[in-house]
Design a protein. Structure first.
Ligand code: MN
Length: 509
């Protein structure tokens, strides 16, 4: 029996889950050569919310981080998390932008691309996967795990088979909420192994205390790789700690070998970094929280919910809003809760409680109902859909969402040139997602004021003096797998004195 291998997540998901993605490249570099020499099968170092955090908070060029880490850890494949057609943002980008982004990454040294779609619509993975393959890199197609009446083992396995057919070289199971039970982990891995020849990686979070046990069950079922981190950037809302996982596997025929002294050295190093990032860590993220098992929503989402409801003066409505989440999920076709759908569902649940169920439907929830994010796993509630069609004047789309988008690299390149920015692909693809931040970084200006951590903020228009403002659709901005803040520019439609207006809103405070 082959030993299971471990990917290490401390340089990406570890600090994203436990320290608001604030680990800087300088804090990573001393640990990189040690991590590189340990025998991990991969180091997750890039993607997810790290690009955003580099540009918004750390005043770092994310591509420079990748190059520095590649130099400091050249032996172990480096992994990034890519949101398919959303790249590392919340909405779809045209194919040419996705392609340019992947190529720029591959050129900067990225080895493995973990590619997922929030709706598990494999059409949204095609462009990214094909580009990764064309660059001679490794495409790991991810299955987002969630619990719903339409998410059966069979449905997940069908998706795995589809990923293999697309050309993915391995399959990842992404349990972003940490809600997969050991029994399901065993059954899913077993059946995927039976139906697909590809290596399988399980990625989970220990939010509800299930992570390490699910890994053990998956290892018994033949999973090839599991993903662990290094405490204190481990456990809780992060991945199970490597030392802890090894202890669980002691005497197991598939237990891998790691140097305990080096693991201890890493632990001591990251203890220091964790203290340095104390402003961004929280006991709520470190503990096991079984709320998530009751509500089946990501842990970061619940803790952020408490903050946002307080901001909205709705603290007493927490239970009501949380109970509304499955109602919204069901109506929107049982979509998984992962960036950006977790933020969208959360916002709509808040709006349902605040204004009455489906009285106001936020723009991104309308877009999900209309198929603009892709095909939902289950049917959209026909009454909600009818209301969205009426409200938006648009029909449901059935084609791949990016087929509706015009190529954008040429106009983006021109915008960069007009602003005096470099026009190379690296700059342009970052500019496509973070225009202000990229301009500030390149020109050495202060990074635009960062908003506080907050993944779902319903924007509720106020009535101004003398004007009747009827919100047709409010929009919420979302952030990161767990607790990253918002601040994107968003669009909102308003009816002002019965005339429609589209306005752009950015949260600055
Ligand atoms: Mn994760």
């Amino acid at each position: 029996m082959q030993p299971v291998t471990f990917n290490n997540t401390v340089l990406r998901d570890g600090h994203q889950s436990l320290a608001a993605t604030r680990m800087s490249t300088a804090q990573m570099l001393p640990a990189a050569p040690i991590l590189d020499a340990m025998g991990f099968s991969g180091l997750e170092t890039w993607g997810g919310a790290t690009i955003d955090s580099c540009l918004r908070y750390l005043n770092e060029n994310p591509f420079d981080r990748l190059r520095a880490l590649k130099q400091a850890a050249p032996r172990t494949p480096q992994i990034m998390l890519l949101r398919g057609q959303n790249i590392v943002q919340y909405t779809s980008f045209p194919d040419d932008v996705v392609t340019a982004f992947v190529k720029a990454n591959a050129a900067a040294g990225q080895d493995v691309f973990r590619i997922f779609d929030a709706l598990n619509d494999v059409r949204n993975l095609t462009t990214a996967v094909n580009t990764v393959l064309a660059c001679g890199k490794h495409a790991r197609g991810e299955i987002c795990y969630t619990i719903s009446p339409v998410h059966t083992i069979e449905a997940f396995v069908e998706m795995g088979v589809a990923l293999e057919k697309m050309g993915c070289q391995s399959i990842g199971i992404k349990d972003m909420s940490g809600i997969m039970s050991p029994q399901v982990a065993f059954a899913l891995v077993k059946e995927l192994k039976r139906r697909s020849a590809l290596p399988i990686t399980l990625h989970t979070h220990d939010t509800a205390g299930l992570g390490a046990a699910s890994y053990l069950a998956a290892i018994d079922a033949g999973v090839d790789t599991v993903e662990t981190s290094i405490a204190p950037f481990a456990n809780g809302t992060g991945q199970p700690d490597t030392v802890r996982m090894l202890a669980l596997l002691k005497g197991h025929p598939r237990c891998p070998q790691f140097d305990p002294d080096k693991l201890q050295q890493l632990r001591e190093y990251f203890e220091d970094v964790y203290k340095q990032l104390g402003k961004f860590t929280s006991p709520a993220n470190e503990r096991v929280d079984s709320d998530i098992l009751i509500f089946q929503v990501p842990g970061g989402m619940l803790s952020n919910f408490r903050n946002q409801l307080a901001e909205q003066g709705m603290s007493d409505k927490f239970d009501e809003v949380v109970r509304e989440i499955p109602v919204v999920r069901e109506a929107l076709g049982w979509i998984p809760l992962v960036t950006p759908t977790s933020q969208i569902v959360g916002t709509q649940a808040m709006m349902n409680v605040k204004f009455g169920r489906w009285k106001m439907i936020c723009q991104p929830a309308q877009d999900i109902a209309l198929g603009k994010y892709g095909k939902a796993p289950g049917p959209i509630n026909p009454e909600v859909l009818a209301q969205v069609v009426k409200q938006s004047g648009q029909q449901m789309v059935t084609q791949r969402p990016a087929d509706l988008l015009a190529p954008a690299m040429a106009p983006l390149r021109k915008q960069c040139a007009d602003k005096g920015l470099p026009t190379d692909d690296e700059t342009v693809v970052l500019y496509a997602m973070y225009p202000q931040q990229v301009e500030a970084l390149v020109k050495g200006m202060d990074v635009p004021v960062a908003p506080p951590p907050s993944p779902t903020v319903p924007i509720v228009p106020r009535v101004l003096a003398g004007e009747i403002i009827t919100p047709v659709a409010g929009i919420a901005a979302g952030r990161g797998d767990s607790q990253l803040p918002i601040g994107r520019i968003n669009h909102m439609r308003l009816d002002i004195n019965n005339a429609p207006y589209e306005v752009t809103v950015e949260r600055l405070d």
